[in-house]
Design a protein around this ligand. Sequence first.
Ligand code: LRH
Ligand code: MN
Ligand code: MN
Length: 406
Amino acid sequence: MTDRAYSLFEEQQGARGINLNEVKAKLKGLSIETPSWGYGDSGTRFKVFQKEGVPRNPFEKFEDAAQVHKLTGLAPSVAIHIPWDKVEDYGKLKSHAESLGLAIGAINPNLFQEDDYMLGSVTNADAAIRRKATDHLLECVDIAKETGSRDISLWFADGTNYPGQGNIRKRKAWMQESLGEMYKALAPNMRMLIEYKCFEPAFYHTDLADWGMAYNLAQKLGPQAEVLVDTGHHLQGANIEHIVAYLIDEKRLGGFHFNSRKYADDDLIVGTVNPYELFLIFYQILSAASDRDEAIQSCVNNIAYMIDQSHNIEAKIPAMLRSVLNVQTQFAKALLVNHEEVEAAANRGDVLAAEHAVRSAFEFDVAPLLRSYREEQGLSVDPMGDYLASSYGKDIAVRGKGGASW
Ligand code: LRH
Ligand code: MN
Ligand code: MN
């Protein structure tokens, strides 16, 4: 059924040179990986609130994730964190995921929760601790081979709190040595996605503090190493879309961890604080997608879109639904940018017209488009409403409190 709002929208977009059939084909290509830890209890360093119905194990996390995918068609894979999601038999977890219409996505090693790592993991001055950390990375490569995961996402809490606490240059070499060993263990189709973060939990220096350090390391390791941009991991005011465009141009953008932030690494629901930033990130990606260079196209086509959030006070499944829907909305808006119009304005030096051509796409209401798209795909037209009206949230209450947490 085509409603009036959609017909009007289609006419309006046609007049701007935007073909909605092409837009819908691109919407179909969007997949967003959700993180297993976003379904569990998480919190701040002050308190982790225990919610009723939270999954008690990795298997139940996949069951909750299946709800998000079933209603939206957007979230076919789930990232896991080891050892938070450690199981006896990863083959069994993989089959469970597949039985729910899901796949196991990126494997995230965890080198930040053991006492041994207080002064660093792969950058620890103690060779035995570096060995232990590297062995964990190798274990995660083996897990990825079992689960059929292409990506291993790497984030290191390594850093120091005080000047003199560690030798920054030696730590840099140790990091490269450890990751070099891991790189050699990768299967040819696998990727290492290197995540950076400016601070926290280390407050003086962080060994991989920004995209330039992650990029340099990826360059040194080889083509299977790429950079992961977590939107919450930058200093205030950083132009993330610029970083995105730069890394795509270097064919080294491997993926995203989407979330919103106001002050630090807040891990709030993506698109709630600054949706325009998310839109501008997609604008850069889509503008690179039509590049004639096939290597750039291949980089764009292989970007892993992942959510990395910590749902402290909100109900987990609706929070994840909200997240993937917000990403889809901003992606849809970015698909309305007329790139030729932007370029023509930029080329004639018309700053205001160029800015207008970008912003006007953001200002459209894409609700009629998404409604029509969902209907055509046989998906729920109102995923959040349908979830809230379903009994799933009440049924899982039998799990009680005290489920999985980090
Ligand atoms: C670190 C981080 C990283 C971790 C996740 C739980 O701040 O973004 O991606 O794996 O949070
Ligand atoms: Mn992250
Ligand atoms: Mn983070």
